[in-house]
Design a protein around this ligand. Structure first.
Ligand SMILES: [Zn+2]
Ligand SMILES: [Zn+2]
Length: 213
């Protein structure tokens, strides 16, 4: 009888291996999505749905949509007329207060965002995520530039969402050229060069993380 729980665990592992990631793998985190609205920047619901679907398929997370909320004016950086991503993360983290650490929040906006990076105080970015932490944010502002069409733009947005939520799951930047965790912060070419998926190293790392209970 002592073997029964082990056997059950083995059967569960086999079931998880046999299942496709998209449908049946164990869920490893709950990601709450929050559109940060802005009076002159629209964020279409169709894009929100594409992000939710991309996160479910690629990272095997549960996704929940939060009510839309205004982009916090406290994050506005007047000299460059854009919003500080680090301040946005400060505002997003409290949405997770009291939740288990497997609960993450991803805020997104169509307004331009920036952070201190690459030796500059204010560097425009596609997104920013807490490494192994609670919150991530992405902006579609720079991803829209020179996109070939809507499908290409959506690919860029979903790829960036997976990248930033990947950071909250503990994934660091990766050197595999096609991996979604390759550092996209400086260059749209890196986003376009990704195949939209985790490469083998990152896939193995994220698959080792504990499933959501
Ligand atoms: Zn990154
Ligand atoms: Zn990788």
């Amino acid at each position: 009888m002592r073997f029964a729980p082990l056997l059950a665990a083995a059967v569960l592992v086999l079931a998880a291996i046999g299942a496709s990631h998209a449908q049946h793998a164990p869920r490893r985190a709950l990601v709450k999505l929050a559109v940060l609205t802005h009076p002159t920047h629209d964020f279409p619901a169709s894009l929100e749905h594409a992000i939710a679907e991309g996160l479910r398929d690629e990272l095997q997370v549960e996704v929940q949509t939060l009510p839309r909320r205004p982009l916090p004016e406290a994050a506005y950086y007047a000299p460059r007329r854009r919003y500080r991503a680090d301040v946005l993360l400060d505002r997003l983290r409290p949405l997770q207060a009291g939740e288990p650490e497997t609960t993450k929040v991803l805020g997104f906006t169509a307004a331009d965002i920036s952070t201190s990076a690459r030796g500059r105080f204010d560097w425009g970015v596609f997104g920013l995520g807490d490494l192994g932490g609670r919150a991530a944010v992405l902006s579609t502002f720079r991803l829209r530039r020179n996109a070939r069409d809507d499908a290409h733009f959506t690919f860029r947005v979903v790829t960036t969402a997976v990248h930033e939520v990947g950071h909250t799951l503990g994934l660091e930047h990766c050197t595999e050229p096609r991996c979604v965790m390759n550092d996209a912060h400086g260059s749209i070419a890196t986003v376009d060069g990704s195949d939209g998926h985790l490469g083998p190293v990152c896939r193995a790392r994220v698959d080792r993380s504990a499933p959501l209970r």
